[in-house]
Design a protein around this ligand. Sequence first.
Ligand code: PBG
Length: 349
Amino acid sequence: MPLQPDFESGNTDVFLPRRPRRLRQNPQIRALAAETRLHPADFILPVFAADGIGEKREISSMPGVYQHTTDSLKTLCHEALEAGVTCVDVFGVPLDEDKDATGSVAWAEDGVLNRTLAALREEFGNDLVIMADTCLDEFTDHGHCGVVRTDRWGRDVVDNDATLPLYVKMAVAQADAGAHIVSPSGMMDGQVGVIREALDAAGHQDVAIMAYSAKYASKFFGPFRDAVGSSLKGDRRTYQQDPANIRESLLETQLDIDEGADFVMVKPAMPYLDVLAKVAEMSPVPVAAYQVSGEYAMMVAAGQNGWIDFEETMMEALTSIKRAGADQIFTYYAIEASKRLRGEGGDRG
Ligand code: PBG
C-alpha cells in the first residue's frame, strides 16, 4: 500500500499504523474500549424534605425535582433503590416562621430535617445510605450558613468560631436521628474537626463525614436557593471559595483530610473539572463531585427549548465528571441516569 494516496490511479488508501477510529467502529467495540463507565452505585440523590406541605411540590426552576412530604420522600427513596441508587442526601426546608438568627430548628429533634432522617432510617434501615446536609442556611432567617455578627466597623460578618458549636449540635442531632453520613457544607474553617470529635464523643464513631472541601461561591447554586426557599440577601464570598482559585482547593482538601473527612467533595462539578482532577490526584480518600442545581437547570431548560437533547447531554456531563476523577456524583438526575444505564429508559417528558 502506498504511503501517500495515488490520486491518479484512484486509490486513495494510505498506510497508517495507528488508526484511532478502529476502536470507534460500532457500539460494541466502543463499549469495550470505554475508559470510563458510569454505574448506578456512583450516584447520590439530593432530596428536599419540606415542612408543612400536604403533597409534593415541583420546584419551578428545577423541573422534575420536588420538595417532598415524608411520605412522598419515602416513595422516591424506594424508587431510587429499585433503580440501584443507594444513597440520598437530605436537605430540610423549614417553615419561614421556624427560622431564626441561629437556625435553631436545625438541631431540634422535631425539626423537619431530623424528623425526616428518623423516618427514613426507620423505613430503610441500612438498605439506603442516608446523608444529611449539615449547614444552617436553610434554617436561618438571614439565610447565611452561620452566625452573623456586626464587627467594630458596623459590618455584618459570618462568625466562623461562633458557628462551629452550632454545626456540632446539628451533626450530633442528625447522627442521633439516624443519618449514616453528615455533610458539613458551610465552609467554616475547622468544621470537619469539631464535628468528628463531637460525633465520637457522642458514640457515633461509625457516622461518616462527607466534607464539602472545595466549595465555590457559585452562581450555579441559583435554583437551589429557590428549592429551599432561601432567605439570603447578598452572597457567601467571605466563606465559600473564589472561583479564580485552584491551589486553595488543595489546601482546603488537605485540611479536611487532616481533620478526619471520610470523603471530600468538589462543588459545583462541570465548571470546576480542573479542580476535581487535581483533588482526585492528591486525595487518599474518596472524592465526590456535586452537579449542582444550575448545571441541572441549564440542561433541562435547553432541552425544553429543543436546543439540546437533555437526556444524552446529561449522560455526557455525568461521564465527564467521572472521567475527571469523581468517585461519587451528586446529581438530581440520579434515578433517571441509573434507569438509562440499566436500559430501562428513564426519560422525562
Ligand atoms: C448550603 C448548600 C447549597 C447547596 C448545597 N448546600 C447552597 C449554597 O451554598 O448557597 C447548593 C446545591 C445546588 O445548587 O444544587 N447548605
